[in-house]
Design a protein around this ligand. Structure first.
Ligand code: ADP
Ligand code: MG
Length: 704
């Protein structure tokens, strides 16, 4: 029997949340801190001292010995440097101390984090600054209990060296512009607007002992070799299937850990591929959702270990098997609690909604390249644009109901009706009558309207969601700014808004696509419409340093030109490094594992042919001989592909770092990797299972 837990008791117990602050902070201090959190007002250093002290007492009561500034460098994972609370006093004793200064500012050595040229290594100074809008939390693990303070990370000269700072800036940008718009509609009680985000996280779980036998998964997160098992996902029996015992135990522990951290882990189920699962939290403010998603990924990895499992967050751990992504559900909500993307029952009459909808369409159409890049990492290249969900072409799914409203507006200038959902008749009287949504789901769209939010489905499973939401917030803020500028000047607001909606959706209707995003016809149709189809990360990267992008991000104070250039550099570097590690791992596995195994197999085969011939000279050994011939041919192919891969990987090392090198890796090294993989995967299907040096796809996917 598993031990009973009370979710309501444990939820948020490891978070220095609002309830705890009310309990532990003097009223005046709490009020001042709230002002900073909600209105972005500057924080008084005297207040920081009191907060730090209360935080420390709370943390120490729960066993904490250390604190850390927790930040999100441009690697996409989180980083931290731990300090203990101890401070020596007289008589060889210590005091447990934590000052306001230590709370608000940290100074990790910035030189070991990527800066893309923003900071020369001799200027190693970097600062972490307390982000009081995301609550501090306690982490319990083998290292004990640590007080983690979410922070932003910047250089000595103030440039953002992390993912959080631009995200926070983009939230300010959209808040400012969206507030202007709702004021025009007379909602003057609104003082700020936030974006709500609910990321659905996909992942694989495999057996840890088998994981440890595969250098490719250990070093690169994915299999670089491996033939498809006889049973793939064609049986479709895993999706929403019942959850296996070991996995169930993992999920239980994961949920408990996340609940303690105040992460609203809500749904869990098996995904399409065997060994694949998904976890979705309830949505939260964009930066908290981003922090929580990082915690979810960290916790998954850590807890999997405790259950003899390995959690794979890579976008494509197994070729030929469905990969993993992250669905970034996104909406815009006022501080008075109104979701601006809620169409209501009669969307055609909801002018404010239609304006926001039009703004999103325009933003996505004008900056599809930036969205595409925000979802790009080396792993996602195996999904986007590689015949898998979702396609690399960005389009927006609106569904029948909204598309009909927009068509009416475009064609007649007025929308007078809208399609309604009606009732769903299941045909069994004892079952309740269900209300049917006005619009069916579409699973193939990269950017789908799903009732009262947009779902951006391209995001890579292992990536931080900060980048995607920074882009979304900024591009929509930019359109809202232009709209507000225009509408604020209008003499007749009603007329002006009507014209603006009509014009915007007419100009950008090409981005709307409700059909099957995986079909070849769509690729042709999208090309005809002039929509970009950017297949690889390397091709996507230059989109953040176009003049258009620099103007956009600078206008809204989200990134400076220097920050954008540094990010492009880092992205090229990340790509090159990832492929280089993959190539080297392949070289190693092929030469140390697969080729020796095949040689052993052919030697055994030859010996057996000789033995049979010696025992019975007239015996027919054509089968064995044919097998020996095929195997030997494949071995030759593998050996020459191995040689070629080594050669091109060496050449890659001599290329100028940045775009040139990344392009060489993509255009030359990646194809050479595929050439080596092919004969070895074929050999895997021929060679004796006992001789094959690593666990196969079948072993990895079906024996969890
Ligand atoms: P679906 O099954 O259509 O993907 P769910 O209702 O399961 O939708 O929600 C998926 C994710 O979307 C969850 O994380 C949920 O909290 C989040 N979500 C729901 N409503 C919103 C909203 N208004 N804004 C942002 N995220 C939302
Ligand atoms: Mg979804």
């Amino acid at each position: 029997m598993t031990e009973k837990i009370s979710v309501t008791d444990i939820f948020g117990m490891n978070v220095f949340n609002d309830t705890t602050m009310v309990e532990r902070l003097p009223k005046k201090v709490y009020a001042a801190l709230k002002k900073t959190i909600e209105k972005g007002e500057d924080l008084d250093p005297a207040i920081a001292d009191v907060v730090a002290n209360a935080m420390k007492d709370w943390a120490i009561e729960r066993g904490a010995t250390h604190f850390t500034h927790w930040f999100q460098p441009m690697t996409g994972v989180t980083a931290e440097k731990h300090d203990s609370f101890i401070n020596p006093t007289s008589g060889g004793k210590i005091l447990m101390e934590f000052s306001g200064k230590e709370l608000i500012k940290g100074e990790p050595d910035a030189s070991s984090f990527p800066s893309g040229g923003l900071r020369a290594t001799f200027e190693a100074r970097g600062y972490t600054a307390w982000d009081c809008t995301s609550p501090a939390f306690l982490r319990e693990d083998a290292a004990g209990v640590t007080l983690c303070i979410p922070t932003a990370f910047c250089s000595y000269t103030g440039e953002a060296l992390d993912k959080k700072t631009p995200l926070l800036r983009s939230m300010e940008a959209i808040s400012k512009q969206a507030t202007r718009i709702v004021h025009l509609f007379g909602h003057n009680d609104v003082t700020s607007v936030t974006t709500s985000v609910g990321p659905e996280q996909e992942y694989f779980l495999i057996d840890k002992a088998k994981y440890l036998q595969r250098d490719d998964i250990i070093f690169t997160g994915r299999t670089l070799f491996g033939a498809m098992p006889p049973k793939g996902q064609e049986m479709d029996d895993h999706y929403f299937g019942s959850i296996k015992e070991r996995v169930a135990a993992f999920m239980r522990e994961l949920n408990i850990e996340l609940w303690k951290l105040g992460v609203t882990a809500k749904t869990q189920h098996n995904e399409v591929a065997p060994a694949q699962h998904e976890l979705a939290p309830i949505y939260a403010t964009a930066n908290i959702a981003t922090d929580h998603n990082q915690l979810i990924m960290e916790s998954m990895r850590k807890i999997a270990n405790r259950h003899g499992l390995a959690c794979l967050l890579h976008e494509k751990p197994f070729a030929g098997v469905n990969g993993s992504g992250k669905h970034d559900n996104w909406s815009i909500v006022t501080n008075t609690g109104k979701n601006l993307l809620e169409p209501g029952k009669t969307p055609h009459e909801n002018i404010q909604f239609l304006l926001f909808l039009a703004a999103v369409l325009k933003a996505v159409d004008e900056h599809a390249d930036l969205l595409r890049l925000s979802a790009a990492n080396p792993g996602n290249d195996h999904r986007l644009g590689a015949n898998e969900a979702p396609p690399a072409i960005i389009s927006v799914f609106l569904g029948e109901q909204l598309e009909d409203v927009l068509t009416q507006l475009i064609e007649t200038g007025a929308a007078t009706s809208c399609k309604q959902g009606g009732k769903l008749n299941i045909g069994v009287h004892t079952l309740p009558e269900l209300k049917k949504d006005a619009t069916d789901r579409n699973r193939t769209s990269p950017f789908a309207f799903t009732g009262n939010k947009f779902e951006f489905r391209m995001v890579a499973s292992s990536m931080s969601i900060a980048g995607a939401n920074t882009v979304l917030n900024t591009i929509v803020a930019d359109v809202l700014k232009d709209m507000a500028d225009e509408l604020e000047k209008a003499d007749n607001f009603d007329l002006a808004v009507h014209d603006l909606i009509k014009k915007t959706i007419t100009d950008h209707q090409r981005i709307v696509f409700n059909g099957n995003g995986y079909s070849d016809e769509w690729v042709k149709e999208a090309e005809r419409r002039g929509l970009p189809n950017i297949k690889s990360m390397v091709d996507a990267i230059p989109s953040i340093i176009t003049e258009k992008a620099i103007t956009l991000f600078e206008k809204h104070h989200v990134y400076s030109s220097a920050e954008l250039h540094s990010r492009a550099e880092i992205q090229f570097e990340i790509y090159s490094k990832a492929i280089n590690i993959e190539a080297k791992t392949m070289i190693n596995m092929a030469s140390k594992k697969f080729i020796p195994a095949v040689i052993k197999y052919t030697t055994n085969l030859a010996a057996s042919i000789n033995a049979i011939k010696a025992a019975l000279p007239t015996a027919n050994t054509t089968v064995q001989e044919k097998l020996l011939e095929t195997t030997s041919d494949l071995l030759v192919k593998a050996e020459s592909a191995l040689y070629k891969l080594k050669e091109v990987d060496d050449i890659a090392g001599t290329k100028a770092e940045g775009e040139e090198q990344a392009r060489y890796f993509k255009d030359v090294v990646v194809p050479a990797m595929a050439e080596l993989r092919e004969p070895i995967d074929t050999l895997e299907l021929i060679v004796d299972k006992e001789l094959w040096p690593v666990p196969t796809y079948g072993d990895l996917l079906f024996e969890v």
